[in-house]
Ligand binder design. Structure first.
Ligand SMILES: *[C@@H]1O[C@H](CO)[C@@H](O)[C@H](O)[C@H]1NC(C)=O
Ligand SMILES: *[C@@H]1O[C@H](CO)[C@@H](O)[C@H](O)[C@H]1NC(C)=O
Length: 327
């Protein structure tokens, strides 16, 4: 009687050990899975819903149609202005390169650039980055390559950029920096001080808002000192050189969800990442409200300052602000 009992005990112990080993293996696997989850999380989003729409041939047709119109428009512009323009082969703006997928992306601040930066960081297995705007995280910027390597890449890679209605971007930059304070405090303060000082004795400072950095003061200031002082309001042409770099895709912010997905598919980047959640909506009334205090002469001046961007990328001026330009 004693022997079978001991044998049973040993068998039970062995089974227990096997179960324990299986459990440990499972646990280890879980840990592995968990480690890779954030990558999925941070860039997951519109994917599933959009994938379904993308199967729609009409949508693909529409994207291609719009694209050929935009390309034609840009070619026309560049042809017309070729003689008055200096060719650039110096790219001072950080243009993102991905060698694995052979992609080049010229990002423009305030045109969903954080979302796109997250995509490229995720492709590079950088999912732990807090400040996506710190260029030290990007070891893959065009100007880091040798002249020869830049040439090769510009010739053979898929190159794209996204633009947006220029006056809407200007408003978005103002809101982001001075309403939502998305700049370091000291930088905001120094900017604010400069502007408030400049317009202190001015009609721009009504009594109630002397200390406020209003959109109006912001507009007057940046158009006085020049829009090329900061990448957030520098013109698209100056940032991305669209007449020198032949972009394969010119995206519009207004069509971002479907066009972002289209690009991820075309470049096969969709195997590794999805585009973060993104919504577009009609901003006409918001623009009208914010630009209402700006005199129409000043708005016309903005149209002139960004004339190149309006023309190159097929945006109408005054477009959504037409209602403000009547007598
Ligand atoms: C083109 O280059 C010339 C000489 O380098 C310079 O004087 C001129 O201002 C430039 N033009 C533009 C539009 O940048
Ligand atoms: C946005 O709304 C305005 C009216 O507020 C309308 O006139 C305009 O056509 C709309 N734009 C788009 C792109 O739907």
């Amino acid at each position: 009687m004693a022997v079978p009992l001991r044998r049973k005990l040993i068998v039970s112990l062995i089974i227990l050990l096997i179960l324990l080993a299986m459990y440990m293996v499972a646990l280890y696997r879980d840990v592995e899975v968990v480690r890779f989850l954030p990558e999925v999380d941070k860039t997951a989003g519109i994917a599933k819903k959009q994938l379904k729409i993308e199967k729609d041939d009409h949508l693909l047709e529409r994207i291609k149609q719009r694209q050929s119109e935009r390309q034609q428009r840009l070619r026309d512009y560049c042809g017309k202005h070729a003689s008055s323009r200096n060719r650039s082969d110096q790219y001072h703006h950080p243009i993102i390169v991905n060698d694995e997928y052979r992609v080049i992306f010229c990002y423009i601040p305030k045109v969903a650039c954080s979302q796109w930066k997250r995509v490229f960081l995720a492709l590079d297995n950088r999912i732990d980055v807090d400040d996506v705007h710190d260029n030290k995280h990007y070891k893959f910027l065009l100007y880091d390559y040798s002249d020869e390597d830049i040439k090769v890449r510009l010739k053979s890679y898929f190159k794209f950029l996204f633009v947006r209605e220029p006056l809407e971007r200007l408003l978005s930059a103002y809101k982001n920096k001075f309403v939502n304070n998305q700049w370091p405090w000291t930088r905001i303060q120094s900017f604010k001080t400069k502007i408030l000082e400049r317009y202190k004795q001015d009609e721009l400072s009504s009594h109630s808002s002397d200390q406020d950095l209003t959109f109006k003061k912001f507009i007057y200031y940046v158009s006085d000192v020049g829009f090329d002082r900061d990448a957030h309001w520098r013109s698209y042409g100056t940032i991305c050189h669209p007449c020198d770099i032949e972009y394969d895709f010119i995206g519009h912010f207004e069509d971002m969800p479907e066009e972002a997905l289209h690009i991820l598919r075309q470049t096969r980047m969709d195997r590794a990442v999805t585009f973060p959640p993104f919504h577009t909506h009609n901003t006409t009334s918001k623009l009208l409200k914010n630009y209402a205090p700006i005199p129409k002469e000043k708005i016309a001046q903005l149209g002139k300052a960004f004339e190149e961007d309006f023309e190159m990328f097929n945006y109408d001026f005054p477009g959504p602000l037409s209602d403000l330009m009547h007598d």
